[in-house]
Design a protein around this ligand. Structure first.
Ligand code: FES
Length: 163
């Protein structure tokens, strides 16, 4: 039985959140409505940013890692900025103190991109998340929908170079 800790506050007072909230309520605010909820958010905003993913996670009670995984797995979802591959680095507390900062610095030094940027060749986009719900794996990242835990900057860079 999942612990219900849903925050029902929209990230901003942008009226489009009301549209998304209404759509999710009509779908029953159920975890099974995840894909439809992501569609609703993308239709309202044109893409899914970390606020939208976190909001859907909170409302539906779906772990953030799963929401990010689904959103980055299906090609019909768009995360801004959009590259051929997407790397989401968790910068939540557990991940931050366990090396997320070094991971971000490593990606910046190697690929020349900061969060919400895409490499000039359009191959890799870097995003951040507040918590992926996988804190025991800190530092955690998601590469193209797959969670990787306890990863170092060098290991991640090698993995990203191989995709
Ligand atoms: S803080 Fe990174 S997974 Fe929770």
């Amino acid at each position: 039985m999942p612990v219900l800790t849903a925050k029902r506050t929209a990230p901003t007072d942008d009226k489009r959140w009301r549209i998304v909230e209404t759509r999710m309520r009509r779908l029953g605010d159920r975890p099974e409505a995840l894909i439809e909820a992501l569609h609703a958010a993308q239709e309202a905003f044109g893409y899914l940013d970390s606020d939208a993913l976190q909001y859907v996670s909170d409302i539906l009670g779906v772990p953030p890692a799963k929401v990010y995984g689904v959103a980055t797995f299906y090609s019909f979802f768009t995360l801004k900025p959009q590259g051929e591959h997407t790397c989401v680095v968790c910068t939540g507390t557990a991940c931050y103190i366990n090396g997320a900062k070094d991971i971000m610095a490593g990606i910046d030094a190697h690929f020349g991109i900061k969060p919400r940027q895409t490499t000039p060749d359009g191959k890799l986009s870097l995003l951040t998340a507040r918590c992926l719900g996988a804190c025991s794996l800190a530092p955690a990242v998601i590469v193209d929908g797959n969670v990787h835990g306890k990863i170092t900057a060098d290991e991640l860079i090698a993995r990203l170079e191989a995709i």
